[in-house]
Design a protein around this ligand. Sequence first.
Ligand code: GAP
Length: 515
Amino acid sequence: MAKQEDLFKTIVAHAKEYGFVFQSSEIYDGLSAVYDYGQNGVELKNNIKRYWWEAMTMLHDNIVGIDSAIFMHPTIWKASGHVDAFNDPLIDNKDSKKRYRADVLIEEELAKFDDKADKEVAKARKRFGESFDEKLFRETNPKVAELSKKKEELHKRFSDAMNANDLNELRQIILDYEIVDPISGTRNWTDVRQFNLMFKTEMGSTADGAMDVYLRPETAQGIFVNYLNVQKTGRMRIPFGIAQIGKAFRNEIVARQFIFRMREFEQMEMQFFVRPGEELKWFQKWKETRMKWHKTLGLGDEKYRFHDHDKLAHYANAATDIEFQMPFGFKEVEGIHSRTNFDLGQHEKFSGKKIQYFDPELNESYVPYVIETSIGVDRMFLSVFCSCYEEQMLEGGEKRVVLHFPAPLAPVKCAVLPLVKKDGLPEKAKEIQQKLRFDFTCQIDEKDSIGKRYRRQDAIGTPYCITVDHQSLEDNTVTLRHRDSMEQQRVNIDDLESILAEKVSINSLLRKLVE
Ligand code: GAP
């Protein structure tokens, strides 16, 4: 575990050193859980968004996009339930004066049972060697069985308390399991209270009678309140979807793990409107479609899993998370929810406007049901970044740090490097870069030895380096160096565009999605 924590710290440091992610307001000592994306980070982030946006809107004839405002009428948040129920249970430690999410403290306690069981398994694997059968061991070992039973007991108590919104019981669990504050090490806890996560501000001057407005905690409501506009102006027929990418804001109590949990973040959400009764079929379909989108990046199929919710929000009739293996464990990156007709129904009630669809095939009107896919851009960024980071020992004892980004997501697609800074090579390099820059983010780098320049490009994940040497002036060829294998091939300059296009365009990913 300590090793993974160290690795994560190294990755965070790398993200800063190479212009991917900076702490917001750093020169003023930073603002907690708010981050800025640097020159390479913004390119990676934009490529992730493009991959999502084009997969949604270009590969589906029945999905269109919108861009709704962050500020919305405050009644929207009353209708959606966010004013009354978008709360986290929080608890303070009286000694450290630190605030925690009570549910997170208990979830961490639950994870300890798994850690202990994993340790037993690791010990046994060492003892039995090749012949070790992990499945059989987990089923029959008394210590592991005892840990699993205890975990189940705690899990049941915890989910009952969460379902019943029983704050006293949450506190009692923390006391019974002797959960201590990681900072003070004491069990001197306050009561558990509810804390609303929405940021509130005022619109208009006070003289006019300012109105309280909220920074949206999800982009989805901007889609729901535009359902009628899009359906009518786009003459959309059910089933159809509306996609949106935009900022969301949550006053998170426990904000940590870098960009995993932020107070200002970005979501890519798609609401898919379907006939009542057909929602679970579409839920399955979207589970498969979204998992394929993730796996097509080639980061490793074993790094993903579904986590079906046992605690469903009152308006949902199915929900699952796509989890990704981060250095700090499997964590949610995307949520897929069958939200029934709750949101549109609530907006119909609160706005007094009829929000219905006349289905010509059924010859009846209804409030459509909704399947939502909701993914955090920043979490997606983090999962790509962490899984692509590698420190390699090369022959001769040299170390290189390389980011194995899928080429279509890489911030810089190619770098043109003149072997020496004389003899007309920089001019030739410039000529190549000027041609390529219309289609690819393409850098030119003349400083330092060629080896150092390769390392710099490896460290930001550039998939191709194009080296211009004396031969280039004679026969119009260059060497094309592949980031992952470090192999070099001699290619004609006129072929560069087509070679790169095939490997680095978002299209290359999109085509795989429809195979
Ligand atoms: N409209 C549904 C919705 O917002 P959610 O599970 O609360 O559902 C969806 O959020 C996704 O947004 C999550 O899977 C996660 O990727 C991202 N997300 C949520 N809170 C976040 C935060 N504080 N920081 C970064 N990403 C966050």
